[in-house]
Design a protein around this ligand. Structure first.
Ligand SMILES: Cc1cc2nc3c(=O)[nH]c(=O)nc-3n(C[C@H](O)[C@H](O)[C@H](O)COP(=O)(O)OP(=O)(O)OC[C@H]3O[C@@H](n4cnc5c(N)ncnc54)[C@H](O)[C@@H]3O)c2cc1C
Length: 416
């Protein structure tokens, strides 16, 4: 796994594009185990913390390969952006998930049957070989292959019959790429809540084949996956308007684990100083995993070092995760009336910023969140199903100024 720095991420991207991308469509679904991960990029932790940008993944892939050859990889990157944009426009799905996680965790105190089944699952004592191994891999490495995540979620929901929100919570706490949008919406997709009525059933022969026969849970898995249903309808909301930078005014720059590439933000002039903060523990009422905390802390520290060098200003790392109110003090002490930060999409950091911004306003301090052009271009296309966005990939690449050697050939016109 590449280290928690921009240089490690860019190094991995260059090597992956040169050596593995051409095999990606055939090889990506195989989970050969933690020691053999050359068939996938392993870049999700970097992209999630924006140590490497989605735009950079697409540019690197298409500088070396045609869109036809890199199509599968490009589509996967757009899956990530689709989920981000979709949740941004249906934030109530996240709020509902948060409320249910809190309620379910509380219910473990009184519901002894749920507690017993949940404890067996999270301690890897289900007797289902692959599932128990993935629990240990998740805790030890903070990463699971995409196919393993799908099988895991399916077994959790349909074989172990546990609430999907508790499984999503376990992933969000432990994954080093733990992401409110990709994680919540992938779990909902497996459960039949995202594409209503369409579920994902884990099959033992499929697990045996794609794990290179490392596992075979024959006879232990549910044989059907009836879709979960929910009565709530989540309204589609407008994307928040993009905010503009202050004119000729001093500002402090805030770095969070949502965006570790501050030197590429469209800033005006340079910040007066920089503050960096992590909020990994806010992912859940339960403790976050050590690997997830280490990666986020490393990513933010790396971003802080680069920002102070790039802008030649002083920087500091917030010492606690209770940094919401510290922002007011930091801005007042340093005499800045604007705090600028990269836009925080739906998730714990956005929650902290929303709670803090009223407090800041009372002290005459404005909090400005800068949205990247990439998000502003793609997110509006994530209002409904992924396939609507997928059809637009060639034109979106063109709008983003990303060229491909086969001139944006529409992927739908590929030979069958
Ligand atoms: C139940 C479940 C939970 C998940 N939780 C997360 C999560 O918390 N954070 C997260 O980043 N991804 C999540 N994913 C998506 C996916 O599993 C990971 O992004 C992928 O495995 C990362 O490995 P990679 O970088 O080697 O991917 P690659 O195969 O190399 O793909 C390249 C990039 O495309 C994006 N991507 C690939 N597959 C997906 C996908 N299915 N959905 C969205 N984006 C994708 C990622 O940014 C990835 O870095 C989840 C999937 C499932 C089924």
């Amino acid at each position: 796994m590449p280290g928690a720095s921009r240089s490690a991420g860019l190094g991995r991207l260059a090597a992956f594009v040169a050596q593995s991308l051409s095999h990606y469509p055939r090889a990506r679904n195989f989970d050969f185990g933690p020691q053999r991960r050359g068939n996938v990029s392993l870049l999700s932790p970097h992209v999630r913390h924006r140590l490497v940008l989605e735009q950079e993944l697409l540019e690197a892939a298409l500088q070396r390969h045609s869109l036809t050859a890199a199509n599968k990889f490009v589509q996967e990157v757009f899956w990530r952006t689709y989920f981000k944009g979709w949740l941004e426009q249906r934030p109530d799905v996240w709020l509902d998930y948060r409320a249910n996680v809190a309620r379910l965790i509380k219910s473990l105190d009184s519901d002894t049957d749920l507690l017993r089944r949940y404890s067996a699952a999270v301690s890897g004592k289900t007797g289902i070989d692959c599932f128990d191994a993935w629990i240990s891999e998740l805790e030890q490495t903070g990463y699971l292959h995409n196919h393993a995540r799908m099988w895991f979620a399916s077994i959790w929901i349909f074989t172990l019959r546990l609430p999907w929100q508790l499984g999503a919570d376990l992933f969000l706490r432990h994954l080093i790429d733990g992401d409110p949008a990709s994680n919540t919406l992938s779990w909902r997709w497996v459960a039949g809540l995202h594409t209503k009525g369409k579920t994902y059933l884990a099959l033992s022969k499929n697990i045996a084949r794609y794990t290179d026969n490392r596992f075979n849970p024959d006879g232990k898995l549910a044989s059907s996956a009836p879709a979960l249903v929910e009565s709530r309808v989540f309204p589609l909301r407008d994307l928040p308007l993009a905010q503009a930078l202050p004119h000729d005014e001093d500002y402090g720059l805030l770095i969070t684990e949502e965006d570790g590439c501050p030197e590429t933000l469209a800033l005006r002039g340079k910040p007066k100083l920089v503050l960096a903060a992590v909020a990994t523990q806010q992912r859940s009422p339960l403790p976050s995993g050590a690997r997830a905390r280490e990666f986020a802390a490393g990513a933010v520290a790396d971003a802080l070092t680069r920002a102070t060098q790039h802008f030649a200003v002083d920087g500091q790392l917030a010492e606690s995760e209770d940094w919401g109110n510290l922002l007011t003090e930091w801005a007042a002490q340093n005499n800045v009336s604007n705090i600028v930060t990269a836009y925080a999409p739906v998730g714990p950091v956005a929650e902290i910023l929303a709670a803090t911004s009223t407090h800041l306003q009372k002290h005459g301090i404005r909090l400005l969140q800068l949205r990247r052009t990439y998000d502003s271009v793609v997110w509006p296309h994530a209002r409904r199903g992924y396939f609507k966005l997928k059809d637009k990939i060639p034109s979106l690449l063109e709008t983003l100024g990303i060229e491909s050697e086969d001139g944006f050939q529409d992927s739908r016109s590929e030979a069958v």
